[in-house]
Design a protein around this ligand. Structure first.
Ligand SMILES: *[C@@H]1O[C@H](CO)[C@@H](O)[C@H](O)[C@H]1NC(C)=O
Ligand SMILES: *[C@@H]1O[C@H](CO)[C@@H](O)[C@H](O)[C@H]1NC(C)=O
Ligand SMILES: *[C@@H]1O[C@H](CO)[C@@H](O)[C@H](O)[C@H]1NC(C)=O
Ligand SMILES: *[C@@H]1O[C@H](CO)[C@@H](O)[C@H](O)[C@H]1NC(C)=O
Length: 473
């Protein structure tokens, strides 16, 4: 017993400095005035149907916020007048009834927020929530589905499609809760196929993830009638918000972040306004202002693809809540004085969750032991990944060139990598020898892409990984 106690005390002293280093409380100051501009009044296109695909790419209670975001998006579309048959939802669906959820069966997306879980269709949940099903749904190809509700985007030439995704991401890749990740080039291929099938008039894609700009940068052509908005540019983090201990605070019984900054920014904007009177461009500006800040390390909302589409009212894609008809935009909405939020890096949000669990659990309890173990595992994992990737890069390029490979960022007109199958194979080769990268380790996908661009072959990666991770596992 004494030994166990000493171990926990030791752990405590190891963790505190690490946490203060890793879980930085991030303060955002948003200020500055922007003119209220004239809105383009319009009904959008009368003929076409509206379709939506909503995707939460994560699972686990520490990632509560992504599914809460997606459920909230569903409520906006539903109030906007879209029918369930036209909204396809991908979520693992393990949050609402997780033992940690203080309000079983209820999800909220902001402090004092209403339930957003009620009524959300369970189209692709659990192990059916895969990238292959997502692509089949977008393409409207029922025969390519495995499991799930069978609902697909069965769209016609005049229809409009809205895709919203929220999760962890990294250079060129975003997660799915089950099976393979979603790589940027595969998504672009699917979008090109969809365009080729002439089954939509225009499409809007909103993506919340770290380095989400890299999903489209140098990749999404402007001639596919697709307009994409991302939470961050290609090289920066995106941010969780309404996190414990970070203003605005979630209710005290929540040990997890309730939302993500880019996501709640567009959704809280859509919640309020008559979306007939707000263009996508205006929403982009509002969201960019709320999300971006002057510090170099913050997230800059980006737009890609066919920017002409941003002249369309948001209504064309989301409909509008009739209750918002008389909501008038006061100039104060856009010029409002500074409001100060603190947010948590997507990659640190899980650490914060497990830290709180550890911290709150009674001394000597099994929960404390479990949460402590989880924290210790996360921290040793991050060390292992950092060390092994550094080692591999040195083996492949020598000490001098290694740091260049680890940090090089291509110009924004260029995609991350020329040979995407190389990137996938090198990631697999690493994982085979050194264990899963996980969302912490995926921060190295850009470095691995640089290895591909420098001509590293899969056999070399296998050899270097074997050497670097010889003692692993
Ligand atoms: C639909 O998917 C199936 C199975 O993957 C494939 O064989 C077929 O060609 C696809 N159909 C279309 C129209 O793309
Ligand atoms: C996956 O889809 C199948 C077919 O619709 C369904 O029977 C099954 O329950 C689904 N699995 C999960 C985990 O939701
Ligand atoms: C879009 O533009 C590119 C480059 O100009 C061209 O190669 C491609 O065929 C065009 N695609 C469509 C669908 O028009
Ligand atoms: C908006 O105002 C008009 C005119 O005053 C009124 O007829 C309508 O009921 C109001 N709509 C809502 C949703 O309050």
């Amino acid at each position: 017993m004494v030994a166990a106690g000493t171990r926990w005390a030791l752990l405590f002293f190891i963790i505190i400095p690490l946490l203060s280093f890793m879980v930085g409380s991030e303060k955002i100051i948003i200020r500055g005035a922007s003119k209220v501009t004239e809105f383009i009044h319009g009904d959008g296109d009368g003929d076409g149907k509206r379709w939506a695909v909503l995707v939460a790419g994560s699972r686990g209670y520490d990632n509560y916020r992504h599914q809460a975001d997606v459920c909230h998006a569903y409520q906006i579309l539903k109030k906007g007048g879209l029918k369930d048959e036209n909204i396809v939802v991908f979520m693992y669906d393990d949050i609402a009834f997780d033992v940690n959820n203080p309000r079983p069966g209820i999800l909220i997306n902001k402090p004092n927020g209403n339930d957003v879980y009620n009524g959300v269709p369970k189209d692709y949940t659990g192990d059916n929530c895969t990238v292959d099903n997502l692509f089949a749904v977008i393409l409207g190809n029922k025969t390519a589905l495995t499991g799930g509700s069978g609902k697909v985007v069965d769209s016609a030439p005049n229809d409009h499609i809205f895709i919203y995704y929220s999760d962890h991401g990294s250079a060129g890749v975003v997660g799915m809760p089950f099976g393979d990740d979603l790589y940027a080039n595969d998504l672009i291929d699917v979008l090109k196929k969809k365009h080729h099938s002439k089954t939509y008039k225009s499409m809007v894609i909103y993506v919340e993830a770290c380095e989400s700009g890299s999903m489209f940068e140098g990749l999404l052509p402007s001639n596919l009638s697709i307009y994409a908005v991302t939470a961050s540019n290609a090289v920066e983090n995106s941010w969780g918000t309404y996190c414990p201990g970070h203003y605005p605070y979630p209710p005290p019984d929540y040990d997890t972040c309730l939302g993500d900054l880019f996501s709640i920014s567009w959704m809280e904007d859509s919640d309020l306004h008559d979306l007939r009177k707000e263009t996508l461009k205006k929403q982009y500006q509002v969201v960019r202002r709320r999300t971006a800040v002057d510090n170099f390390d913050r997230s800059h909302v980006m737009q890609y693809g066919d920017k002409k589409l941003s002249q369309n009212p948001v209504f064309v894609y989301m409909g509008t809540n009739p209750d918002n008809q008389n909501f008038t935009l006061t100039p104060q909405y856009y010029t409002s004085s500074s409001f100060s939020w603190s947010v948590v890096n997507q990659r640190d949000a899980s650490l914060l969750h497990f830290w709180l669990k550890y911290h709150k659990a009674p001394r000597g309890s099994t929960e404390k032991a479990e949460a402590g173990k989880k924290l210790r595992d996360i921290i040793s994992h991050t060390r292992h990944v950092d060390r092994s990737i550094n080692q591999i890069t040195k083996i492949l390029f020598g000490d001098k060139k290694a740091s260049q490979i680890l940090t090089l960022i291509r110009p924004s007109s260029q995609p991350l990598v020329d040979d995407w199958s190389c990137l996938k194979m090198l990631v697999k080769a690493y994982e085979k020898r050194c264990g899963q990268l996980s969302w912490y380790g995926k921060k190295y996908t850009r470095a691995i892409a640089n290895m591909c661009n420098a001509g590293v072959r899969v056999e070399q990666m296998i050899e270097a990984s074997t050497q670097a991770c010889m003692l692993y596992g």
